[in-house]
Design a protein around this ligand. Structure first.
Ligand code: AMP
Ligand code: MG
Length: 408
């Protein structure tokens, strides 16, 4: 297995170092539970009640005491009707209660018989199947018990967790403040969609695509984005943009200009205003990656090539932004999957191949793995994490990271 080139940092090492710089941002906000999707909880949520609060029926049918049925079929008088939301009287001995889904179980009843197994005969009910004690009863506290921590500080809220928070009565939630991110793209070749029509593009011009996905990725991670547009490929302009962006932001995120060409001004500009601590990572796509700071603001420079930019964002920027917000679970879950392709040319860098799950339980490879081909990231539904120097043969077990894991 070949070693990494001198100077290139291994991904895990770089990520650990990066996360070491991602100190929790101060500040807690209280937001309506309705608006809290994707935010990070800033305190443990402890339940002040059982959920469900009382034993209740999980069927439409009849509540009864099993011991009152000496034979099957058996007949019991119906003495009570209990709908969801209304209180229940204790069950009279030797009787049944008409009951509906979600309605409280009357004291003394120990089972519900579903209405399909019953026949109403005037004001009595015939029970045709022997009930088991406890059947069709949802127990008080079977979801959440009084005093339980339902969601922990540092958890990122999902639609399901908003529902759970609501189920214990939380209308407002304490969450971490949003990271404020200044975003800009570098490149004299870049043109904004909408400003120049495709037919009028000058030779050498391309549309700025990174700006669109980076902004969207940042928003998904709960950031407040200041989109500072396109900065020309000049040292003074880059310095000026960085200096301005360092005000009132937690992170400056750039794309492009982070290689070592004469038109790449990010490195010297950051070094003149602050410090560059991380530089170049042994992954493909995505070698040009830089971390540092400009004044007190974090700086991350992503590669210009769209797929490199996309992949390094998912692998490095995402965990960084989550850590700033106090999230503890940062590593995406990867699973073993079967390659339904060959990858005969190993690279000395760790590779992240754009693949898609097929109907046969395997992974297909997008035919063009070039770092400029953004189609691969749209066609694909995840990445194969391939070790340095590793070839892949059809049928090999490989490590797969679903985009669904890292786009949340
Ligand atoms: P750079 O890292 O600036 O050398 O750019 C590497 C490649 O990515 C070049 O082909 C650039 O034209 C392209 N590129 C840089 N920034 C963008 C962007 N915002 N959108 C699309 N392509 C870009
Ligand atoms: Mg450039």
């Amino acid at each position: 297995m070949s070693e990494k080139r001198p100077g290139l940092r291994a991904l895990d090492e770089a990520l650990a170092e990066l996360l070491g710089f991602a100190a929790l941002l101060p500040g807690i906000e209280t937001v309506p539970t309705f608006e809290a999707d994707g935010r990070v909880l800033a305190q443990d949520l402890v339940s002040g009640l059982h959920v469900p609060p009382q034993d209740n029926s999980s069927m439409d049918g009849y509540a009864l005491r099993c011991a009152d049925l000496t034979q099957i079929p058996g007949v019991l008088p119906v003495r009570q009707r209990i709908a969801a939301g209304s209180p229940a009287e204790p069950l009279a001995i030797g009787s049944a209660a008409r009951i509906f889904t979600g309605a409280p179980i009357p004291a003394g009843a120990d089972a519900v018989v579903m209405q399909e197994d019953c026949e109403l005969q005037g004001d009595t009910v015939q029970i045709k199947a022997r009930p088991l004690p406890g059947q069709w009863i949802r127990r008080a506290g079977e979801d959440v018990t009084l005093g339980a921590t339902v969601l922990a500080s540092g958890e990122r809220l999902t639609p399901a967790s908003l529902g759970l928070a609501a189920s214990i009565g939380m209308a407002m939630l304490p969450v971490r403040r949003r990271p404020r991110v200044a975003l800009f793209s570098t490149g004299d070749e870049l043109v904004m969609p909408g400003q120049v029509a495709p037919a009028d593009m000058k030779p050498g011009a391309i549309y700025n695509s990174n700006r669109f996905f980076l902004r969207a990725l940042l928003l998904r991670l709960g950031c407040e984005v200041s989109d500072l547009g396109i900065v020309p490929d000049r040292l003074d302009a880059t310095r000026e943009a960085l200096r301005a962006a360092a005000q009132a932001h937690d992170l400056i995120l750039t794309s492009g200009g982070v290689s070592v060409g004469e038109e790449d001004h990010i490195k010297p500009a950051v070094q003149s205003l602050g410090e560059l601590t991380l530089w170049q990572i042994a992954i493909k796509p995505g070698k040009p990656f830089a971390y540092g700071h400009v004044q007190d603001t974090h700086f991350i420079g992503l590669p210009g090539n769209p797929v490199s930019s996309y992949v390094t964002f998912l692998l490095l920027v995402r965990p960084f932004l989550l850590k700033l917000q106090g999230v503890r679970e940062l590593a995406p879950v990867s699973v073993q999957a079967q390659a339904h392709f060959d990858w005969p040319r190993a690279d000395r860098r760790r590779e992240f191949l754009r693949v898609r799950r097929n109907g046969a339980g395997g992974l297909d490879l997008f035919p063009n793995q070039s770092s400029g081909v953004l189609t691969s990231a749209v066609w694909g539904d995840g990445l194969v994490d391939n070790a340095p120097g590793q070839t892949i043969q059809h049928g090999d077990s490989v490590r797969f990271i679903s985009f669904a894991e890292v786009l949340r």
